[in-house]
Design a binder for this molecule. Structure first.
Ligand code: NAD
Length: 475
């Protein structure tokens, strides 16, 4: 679809800070035209049946792997990091295969049955929404464009995707991959652009999946309510880790190094606050700082280290503000601590803070960067209170050798998924249902089996196999 856009938007390269890509911008009329074409193609996709749809999804998985090199290159140009780009492509192919396995049982119609009125037979139907809209952010451009699109396609919807304007270089490459899969190009279409294009996607969809910030999610939710469509919002987070006195410190350090620093901290389920029992706080913070301090920027070479640049230009000033606020109020960096500008890009040194307090911006607001404040707690009650003292509720984690204690704490945390003796597992484990708490989201579960249910409505056929109902109107 990108060839028909009249306007373009200059896109900045996250490694050089320079614009190096002209993004086609689709206006409202163009988005409406794509949605119309999808709406026309959808009935054949639905009526073709589940086996045919799954065959197309299997071919899509193969095509993604065949196009792996080009996709990785485009995602790397979009984001400035390579390791996570490889992971995105491979994880997407694996996700498609999981759906192919799970979908037949999940979409099987329940056998007809008698209602409580014996001569009334019930038959259930699943009626897919014709057009599912997907709007996605810049931190994992491929995964977050397809994570909802794939179950929607399997359920029988046609899908309209608008990825972030910050990271849309991968779109034409993915469109070439889609073009090789018979039947798919008619029901999986991309449009590109910024907020106005996104609003047009909302206006032209029958169900919407949005991933992004709370601020935009609220606007999208309001617009979806106006046009009267269901809207599933996956928003920001400020995930907390609780490290109990009996935790395996080495294991917790390893898990939290990954869980807070992967993708340079630009993941929704990144651990952004770490509460550690006072008795092990200093030892733990020092060990974490040593571990995080060994991480290096992927600079000057793409494969040089583990930590990529800050992808979106708008994020660097937010990170800088959070750090300045933290230092002004007494926090200290045990390692890292500064925003650097290598070769024109913005790079945060992998950072561990101590002496942070609950009122600091870096503890309250989403920072979305490679920084983790470590703070002490006295007892379980205090740990739970501090972890729950947030507007967010996406996920979290608990470390303890006592599984009962970990379960007990997890059961009182207000968040959709809690990793136990690991961190940020929701990034890798997509088959456990979870829903967000607080401002982290609204709507059905994106993960696990219920994910499919977001894309169809149940229709009941109520078949009278006896006399017409002998109500008191009969004479
Ligand atoms: P964002 O809200 O700025 O943008 C997200 C998308 O919305 C983009 O495609 C953007 O063009 C579009 N958009 C902007 N204005 C719009 C409007 N008025 N109507 C419709 N669409 C509009 O978010 P971002 O900065 O791209 O992404 C980072 C945020 O995403 C972080 O808060 C992060 O936590 C969150 N996120 C959440 C999850 C999750 O699963 N919960 C996953 C990844 C990222």
């Amino acid at each position: 679809m990108t060839d028909t856009a009249a306007a373009t938007l200059s896109v900045r390269n996250p490694r050089t800070g320079q614009p190096d890509y002209e993004l086609p911008v689709h206006d409202a009329a163009q988005v409406a035209a794509v949605a119309r074409a999808l709406r026309e193609a959808q009935p054949a996709w639905q009526d073709g049946g589940l086996p045919a749809r799954l065959a197309a999804i299997a071919a899509f998985a193969e095509a993604i792997l065949a196009g792996r090199e080009a996709l990785v290159a485009a995602l790397t140009a979009d984001t400035g990091r390579r390791r996570e780009s490889v992971m995105e492509v491979d994880a997407m192919a694996a996700t498609l295969r999981r759906w192919i396995n799970d979908a037949p049982a999940l979409l099987a119609d329940a056998p007809p049955r008698r209602s409580q009125i014996p001569h009334i037979r019930i038959e259930e139907r699943k009626r897919p929404y014709p057009v599912a809209g997907v709007i996605s952010p810049w931190n994992f451009p491929l995964i977050l464009s397809l994570i909802d699109a794939v179950p929607a396609l399997i359920a029988g919807c046609a899908v309209l995707v608008k990825p972030s304007e910050v990271t849309s270089r991968f779109v034409p490459v993915l469109e070439r991959v889609i073009a090789t899969v018979p039947g798919l190009p008619a029901v999986l279409r991309f449009v590109t652009g910024a907020g106005a294009t996104g609003e047009a996607v909302v206006r032209n969809s029958d169900v919407l999946c949005f991933t992004g910030s709370v601020r935009t999610g609220r606007r999208v939710g309001e617009l979806a309510a106006q046009v009267f469509i269901p809207c599933h919002l996956e928003l920001g987070g400020k995930d907390a880790a609780i490290v109990c006195a009996d935790a395996d410190i080495e294991l917790a350090v390893r898990a939290l190094t990954f869980g807070s620093m992967v993708n340079a901290g630009q993941t929704c389920m990144s651990i952004e606050r770490c509460y550690v029992h006072r008795s092990i706080h200093d030892k733990f913070a020092a060990a974490l700082a040593a571990s995080v301090g060994r991480l290096r920027h992927c600079h000057p070479g793409l494969d040089d280290g583990e930590i990529g640049p800050i992808i979106a230009a708008i994020q660097a000033p937010i990170v800088q503000r959070h750090l300045e606020d933290a230092y002004a109020r007494g926090a200290r960096a045990l390692t890292g601590g500064r925003l650097l500008h290598h070769g024109g890009g913005d790079w945060l040194q992998p950072t561990v803070l101590v002496d942070a307090t609950q009122d600091m911006a870096i503890v309250r607001e989403e920072t979305f960067a490679a920084v983790l404040p470590v703070m002490p707690f006295g007892d379980e009650e205090e740990a739970i209170r501090l972890a729950n003292d947030t507007d967010y509720g996406l996920s979290g984690c608990v470390f303890s050798r006592d599984l009962e204690r970990a379960r007990r704490i997890a059961g009182r945390l207000n968040a959709g998924a809690i990793s136990i003796n690991d961190a940020a597992l929701t990034g890798m484990v997509h088959d456990a249902p979870k829903q967000s708490f607080g401002f982290s989201g609204l709507g059905g579960s994106r993960m696990g089996k219920p994910s499919l249910q977001r894309f169809y409505r149940m229709q009941a056929l109520l078949i009278n196999e006896g006399e017409p109902s002998p109500w008191w109107f009969d004479r």
